[in-house]
Design a protein around this ligand. Structure first.
Ligand code: AMP
Ligand code: AMP
Length: 340
């Protein structure tokens, strides 16, 4: 029988690498961390990497890919992997890859993403096709994974054009104008395994964003006087436990997304994914984004979340859940079910 000893787990040293590698080791795998030069310290200090491969830039991934293939390594995609390798190049990855590659293209393209979520009957914020249509508070988001950097809010076409002056490089339409939903942000972390066909809720988080999360520390008058503008640069993540009566609908939303993913990409979505949105005072959950891979909001739960504790009775991070999926597939001789 094939065994975890025959494979290694590899990922890029950023984003969620610590929990992915730690989880892999907990499941008995040897691990490889691909780091940018000078950025190896955390992976050494926390002892999660059996081997570190240093490259000048993550974009040089393809130069070292033969080393991964030679060692029978399975690469785990995460946010930095998607950001630095780029959606176009991901299909060229030849090393064994956890999860369906094609689905990452759908999550990286806001138009495709919207089509998918609408098909899954998920509530989405309204999109405004042109600035002249703005008739309520909207949030302007730039394309590409920039961790919320530069996003701004506007109330009218005039305010949009005024604030857009600072974003000349994106003035050619490299943005989306979305209805601003007043409510609390909730990011729901799921895991779906093809081995047992079951959907799990792993945990929830909200982002800790600069300066959106500090603006309340400054009086409204001072905000206006000093001309502070709200921005959404991600700096960390805060764990959340959700009102329990919301869970049935959240399970249901996740299931609908998994079911609908099978219509858009061969093999569908599996492994970890996340619905990112805002819950309003009427308890409507408006989703503005889906991530079809592990999200950094799972990082507070290296030792498991209240929800994984209910199910597993042992520490189960999302990183470790991935490694367990891989291990079970290997032991059953069904490795094709976790590769894509
Ligand atoms: P980094 O490796 O930190 O440059 O992150 C690469 C991309 O992953 C960023 O552009 C973000 O979109 C995303 N990202 C990184 N850290 C987080 C986080 N803590 N929460 C959400 N997204 C993140
Ligand atoms: P995103 O990069 O799409 O994950 O958005 C980054 C942050 O912007 C979120 O964590 C929210 O704080 C905020 N945000 C995004 N979209 C909306 C929206 N439609 N309404 C209100 N806040 C939003």
């Amino acid at each position: 029988m094939a065994n975890v000893i025959d494979y290694k787990i590899a990922t890029l040293g950023s984003h969620t690498a610590l929990q992915i590698l730690k989880g892999a080791k907990d499941e008995g795998f040897k691990t490889i961390c691909i780091c940018e030069k000078g950025r190896t310290k955390p992976y050494k200090s926390y002892g999660v990497a059996d081997e570190i491969i240093e490259i000048d830039n993550f974009k040089d991934y393809f130069k070292i890919e033969p080393q991964l293939i030679e060692q029978n390594a399975i690469i785990i995609p995460h946010g930095s992997y998607v950001a630095y390798i780029g959606a176009e190049k991901m299909m060229d990855v030849k090393a064994m890859h956890y999860g369906t590659k094609g689905i990452l293209e759908w999550e990286s393209d806001r138009t495709k993403e919207r089509k998918w979520l609408l098909d899954a009957d998920i509530k989405l914020p309204k999109i405004f096709k042109k600035p002249e249509d703005i008739d309520r508070p909207v949030i302007i988001k730039f394309h590409g994974a920039r961790g919320g950097k530069g996003y701004f809010i506007a109330n009218s076409p005039e305010e949009f054009y005024e604030k857009m002056e600072k974003h000349e490089e994106d003035a050619d339409g490299n943005y989306v104008i979305q209805e601003y939903i007043v409510g609390v942000p909730v990011y729901s972390h799921y895991f779906y395994s093809r081995l047992n066909g079951e959907l799990e809720i792993m945990s929830f988080d909200k982002r800790y964003e600069s300066n959106a999360d500090s603006i309340g520390r400054v009086a409204a008058k001072d905000q206006v006087d000093v001309g502070i503008r709200t921005t959404y640069t991600i700096t960390g993540n805060v764990p959340i436990v959700l009102r329990e009566s919301l869970l049935p609908e959240i399970f249901d939303m996740g299931q609908r997304v998994v079911d609908s993913s099978k219509k858009i990409v061969d093999g569908g979505l599996f492994g970890p994914f996340c619905l990112e949105g805002i819950i309003d005072p009427e308890l409507n959950y408006f989703v503005f984004e889906i991530s079809a891979r592990i999200v950094a909001g799972t990082n507070p739960f290296v030792n498991g979340s209240p929800y994984t504790w209910l199910r597993y009775d042992e520490p189960m991070s999302t990183g470790r859940r991935i490694a367990r999926d891989i291990k079970e597939a290997i032991e059953r001789g069904e490795i094709e079910k976790i590769l894509g």
